[in-house]
Design a protein around this ligand. Sequence first.
Ligand code: PLP
Length: 400
Amino acid sequence: MNDAGTPRHPEQSDPRCQSAEPADTGRSGATPIVSGDGTRVLTAGGMPGGQGTPLVPSPVFASTYVLHGEPAGPYQYGRLTNPTWTAWEAALADLEGGPAIAFASGIAAVTAVLATTLRPGDTMLMASDCYYATRRLAEEFLSDFGVVTRWAPTGPEMAAQVAGARLVWIESPSNPGLDVCDIAELARRCRDEGALLAVDNTTATPLGQQPLLLGADFSVASDTKAMTGHSDIVLGHVACRTGELAERIRGWRNSTGAIPGPFETWLAHRSLATLDLRLARQADNARELAAMLAAHPAVRRVRYPWLPSDPAYPLAVRQMRRPGGLVSFELAGAAEAEAFLGALRLVTVATSFGGVHSTAERRARWGGDDVPPGFIRFSCGCEDAADLLADVEQALARLR
Ligand SMILES: Cc1ncc(COP(=O)(O)O)c(C=O)c1O
């Protein structure tokens, strides 16, 4: 643990807003050239290599610190700060382009933005097709606190409804419909109207898209998905356009205790090193799968923003840095979709997405999304494309 830093006393500086500095690696010399995503994920948060320090930051589990006399140093109590978070948040901040705060889950990160920006009597404009648990927060909790939510589908219709809103909430590409919203255009509109813009960037990851650089105030993510990509942890984060917004978010985390476990945080940091490789393979698979599905007689409609025939293609190519691994498509009905899923041998039927294993599910089974009964969200993993396509082909063939 790096114990250097500005001495702080809980009564002198509000510990709810305390942020720790990344560990000093002791490395000196010229700054390395970092241009490609493969290098970016390996060097995000700073170069390793200080004498006697681990190459990859280790988990630090302590929750109670020895403090004699005046507390000094950035780490004093485990609910407020932890060196493992510091290293992970420094990496996130580099990739996002703004200060980042890690949370226990994606929905804890979502909640932090909603709770710190909205007050009774405020209006929020939220994408009507965003993640259902986010919508549920607005419908079932915020409404009780006097926040009014206005709804509009992901896309150009949102900009027309910004006036009067305190916060605008979008996902792009949206989950599960994979619609895309012009973030820069919406951010301009929000600035003109005095609204804050939050983008749930879960499906894209910060390698796929940097909402803060497009003008958003918050970039929010469930790091349970492609960001960490092994289907073995639940985690989230918020990145902010300004230090002031970040302090409010950090203060919320300190007050509510929605903190990530050090081990999960370390696993996430460890997984970050392969994000570029995983995304590349997942996107290659998604592109091939989407093209195959689009030509298949049993498939009614395919959505993949990087398929040239997709309505979102021109905007996705202009706005995003690179493609992702999610594809959605529609079969004739619930029975056909269930038969297809049941016939898959390599692909696992599971909820969640973004992992190295391909997974698929019929979203209407949950009842929370406004999708047709035969709608399937397919998350491409890192299998070989030929094997993945062969599995999908044989499962579709059963429908004839
Ligand atoms: C777009 C999106 N945002 C937020 C969440 C919530 O994340 P978590 O499950 O990590 O709490 C999810 C979860 O599926 C999601 O898909």
